[in-house]
Design a protein. Sequence first.
Length: 636
Amino acid sequence: MIEEFVEKLKRSIEIERKAQIEAMLNEIKRLSGEERERRGNAILNLNGKIVDEEFGYKLVKYGRRRKIVTNINVGDLVLVSRGNPLKSDLVGVVAEKGERYLVVALENVPNWALKDVRIDLYANDVTFRRWLENLENLRESGFKALKLALGLEKPKKCEKVEFEPFDRSLNHSQIRAVSLALGSDFFLIHGPFGTGKTRTLAEVVRQEVKRGNRVLATAESNVAVDNLVELLKDLNVVRLGHPSRVTQDLRLKTLSARVREHEMYGEVEELRRKAERLMGLRERFRKPTPALRRGLSDDEILELAEKKRGARGVSWKVVRSMAEWIKLNRLIDEILERARRMEENIAKEIVESADVVLATNSTAFTIDCYFDVAVIDEATQSTIPSVLIPINKADKFVLAGDHKQLPPTVLKAEELKKTLFEILIEMYVDHSVMLEVQYRMNEKLMDFPNREFYDGKLKAHESVRNITLKDLGVKNARWRVLDPKEVLVFIDTSKCPNRWERQRRGSTSRENELEARIVKRVVEGLKRIGVQREWIGVITPYDDQVDLLRTLVDVEVNTVDGYQGREKEVVIVSFVRSNRRGDIGFLEDLRRLNVALTRAKRKLVLIGDSETLSSHETYSRLIGFVKKEGFFVSYC
């Protein structure tokens, strides 16, 4: 049964891999560079310079004067090109991101790749390969997780473990979650929006380290890994990969920084300097190009030089020069290989001596050692093959997430959407705790998603229960929609003659011009009364609406999926759908609604056609809730 399940996973991975690569190539073919940049999937007109080297990769800083607005993030695989991207095979990984630049790690840097280049978001084939290879090499811990999921093995009973919290501000449900996580062979921390699941996970890590255990802490995204590093930075931790946040504290915890601090690293640098000096010396001699060597092998050239002879029309003088180049080149290769091995040994020593190793699920595949515990954040955004990577490297595991919010992003292989967290929480509810106190938002903003998705179990902490924009010094406004004391607003377009959604030619997405203009009016009005642009987020379910809105407003605009795990003081949601059929499309996935409604801290402005949306009972209840508890206004 397990073998069949693993084979099914492998087939799903291949289906998804092909679908993602195909989708990426099709979009590059179909859209111009400018259109792809507007969608956040490409960056144009970049110039680069090599700024550093790490583990054999050249770090190239690509920048331009114009600000970069993009979905490309640290850890993403990108395609570097000049002209037609489909003719390039220069692929790298984003190592750092700023307002006007990206740093990309590349194995080699051709001269053309430094002037007027384009960078495209690329399908990450490496991740798929790691998923497959991990499934081929499952250990006992990996098999055990699958046996639990398939009901072939029963878990041990959870035992409560008494502990002294390091974090004194943990609430009752967080303490209960940590206590049971410490006393079980696997555990699930269900953390709805703003309930502090990452802080709870950090406490689990600290308690496990206190017990003498080594911990592997992972998440699906670099941002979530950075959040954990931030909370654990006073421990002996090492962070694999490049941090998304460019802060000194995080940089000092990276493996590359720890390697450079090591007492033996000076020898690595000396070897590299020696190799560079020899490279300069090598330039004095003739490089044995195919035209010069005329079919002679390196060994044949060395032998001819020893005998002071030429051959095949190549003079002895040229043979001797090529021989010197070959000798120096071999010596350079040998020195660089020694430096590489020494650097790898230093890195291995640092990883093996750390109490906590932090990485994305995918990067954890590269770790060549095993742990007592794997602690995995964002487990409900991780496919089973992804989450099995850290699980396969530890004796027990703790997963944290919220299966009431969005599942992993999957294009075609629907089987990959069902997460291990979701399967296990349905089967073993006694091995889970739901965190019940939220610290993000005003109670009025919490109420509807709390009733609809969490059986009313959530409570707003007193520190956020009544927060509004008024607390931040925002002024009053004539238009009631902008009133800082109005926390929940719905702007209804159902009476407007120009309310309808539309589709661009060749696109499967949707956009709504009227809603986009309303968003612009709301954003500009908020800024006039003192709301800072960094406090405002605009969310919409459709890529084409994101594209349209980014041309109209200078605040952060993204899809619902792009905002998962994020928060803003003010969130404006454009639902887009408006048609006579009452068709709301993929808004029917209520987890998407849950995410959209739970990003705002102090004010939420919803914009949509109430008639179209009310065709679905949940949206109908939402509109009824706003009419009763918030401010519902017709735009026309």
